[in-house]
Design a protein around this ligand. Structure first.
Ligand code: SF4
Length: 454
């Protein structure tokens, strides 16, 4: 099968390119003053911004988790956290200098719905008091189905959220037990029905393949249930088992993980099944119904990519709030302190809690444009990129264009003297195509190569 063979060949670890350079290249030399400088430079811009709020708390631990979270059952921690978010918001608004229009808000975690209704109301009240949320904006929140009911979904709608993302992962009880995340299918079906009745504009379901106890057959049953629920979008992530890096994953029995070939078969079957159910493959881990804004944007070459994955929103500056949150302003990235103690400590001292970040070089900006054009449009027009970035594309990227040769031979791209187009088959390996232009990866590879030689 076409997709399976391509997925198998390119089933290699690599960046997801929600940013370029990726977060592992951020440096601690970048601090609050660098951020303030970047923000000052956008003061007269007037363009709408995006806002991300990170809520780090979870009531229980999922064993596959690789997120920055704090497991606690004390609701009071959420209330205390809101106080710090308020302090951070004040500092951000002071740096931004005027009331900003917001076209996109995403509340993620952790578990945003760890906050009770009162806490979520307070969060939205704080944001609305400092920002002008545009009427046609996209306001989304991640939902742990175990923490909400129909009434809570109604409250989220009342607060202005118009997009929901349900963390389902897998419907099979055995898999749910193995990852310590029990959420009966019946309850998720009821929640989806309530969300539909409340007219949320877009509903996403997150799935994970490669979890313990999953088999191709069991995953097919999950996919069938997902298709019958008919969410507007499906995000299907690959589980990466890295117990030495993520402590929670040490509770997963390696022997229960599906073998690599079966994991690839699951992804391939998902592409096939979701395709027959009317979903279009957007790229990487994302699928959307043909009439969903994401699928329409892909067909029209208007896709974008940000820290939440694919988006229909044009590139906007992203203001990030909360522990470990990552923002992007102009040619900079910034990340908040990763521990709650450091985050709170900075705010107590009246400092933005920015711990590290990056000022992009001209070369980074150029390569970011190239990588995003591949990931989003699947197309590189050498002349237009050359004009926008003042380079002779074919000379500047001679090594990379040569490296695309084998990918062209494999049918993943077509190359002419003027452009590069990702083929239908190439979309299944779009990350591998983008990696060719990642200078930081090239450097890391040559360093590893040297180490091996020495
Ligand atoms: S997977 Fe999500 S809900 Fe589960 S522990 Fe991690 S952040 Fe919390």
């Amino acid at each position: 099968m076409l997709a399976e063979a391509t997925l198998q060949t390119f089933d290699v670890p690599g960046p997801r390119y929600t940013s370029y350079p990726t977060a592992d290249h951020f440096v601690e030399a970048f601090g609050p003053e660098d951020y303030r400088l970047a923000v000052r430079q956008r003061r007269h811009d007037g363009a709408p911004i995006s806002v991300y709020v990170h809520v780090p708390f979870c009531a229980s631990l999922c064993y596959y988790c690789a997120c920055n979270k704090i497991v606690t059952r004390h609701a009071s921690r959420g209330r205390e956290y809101l106080r710090y978010l308020g302090m951070e918001l004040d500092l951000q608004v002071e740096a931004l200098g005027s009331v900003q229009l917001v076209s996109q808000l995403h509340v993620g975690g952790g578990t945003p719905t760890f906050l009770d209704d009162e806490g979520l109301s307070e969060l939205m009240r704080m944001l609305r008091s400092k920002f002008a949320l545009m009427p046609a904006g996209e306001y989304s929140i991640e939902i742990d189905p175990r923490t909400v009911d129909a009434a809570r979904l109604g409250h989220l709608s009342f607060l202005g959220f118009n997009r929901l993302s349900f963390g389902v992962q897998d419907f099979e009880t055995e898999v749910q037990r193995a990852v310590h995340r029990i959420q009966p299918a019946r309850e998720i079906f009821d929640l989806m029905a309530s969300a539909r009745a409340l007219n949320f504009q877009s509903i996403n379901i997150d799935l994970i393949h490669g979890l313990p106890c999953q088999t191709l057959q069991s995953f097919e049953r999950t996919l069938e249930q997902v298709c019958s629920l008919r969410p507007d979008r499906v995000a299907l992530y690959a589980y990466a088992h890295l117990p030495e890096r993520f402590k929670a994953q040490r509770r997963i029995q390696t022997a229960k993980l599906p073998p690599a070939a079966e994991r690839v078969a699951m992804m391939s079957r998902a592409i096939q099944k979701l395709g027959s159910a009317g979903y279009e493959y957007i790229g990487m881990d994302h699928f959307a119904l043909a009439d969903d804004a994401l699928a329409v944007a892909k067909r029209q070459g208007r896709l974008h990519r940000n820290f939440q994955g694919y988006s229909t929103q044009p590139d906007t500056d992203l203001i990030a709030l909360g522990v470990s949150a990552i923002g992007r302003v102009g040619g900079t990235y910034s990340q908040n302190a990763k521990t709650l103690a450091q985050y709170c400590d900075s705010l107590e001292r009246g400092r933005l809690p920015i711990e590290r970040g990056l000022v992009l070089t001209r070369e980074d900006v150029l390569r970011r444009a190239v990588i995003m054009a591949i990931m989003c449009q699947g197309y590189l027009d050498y002349a237009s990129i050359g004009i926008a970035h003042l380079v002779e594309f074919r000379d500047h990227f001679a090594v990379e264009l040569a490296a695309l040769g084998p990918l062209e031979h494999d049918g993943l791209v077509t190359l002419t003297d003027h452009d590069c187009t990702v083929t239908e088959k190439g979309w299944f390996a779009v990350r591998a195509i983008a990696m060719v232009f990642d200078r930081h990866l090239q450097h890391a590879r040559s360093r590893n190569h040297l180490t091996r030689i020495i």
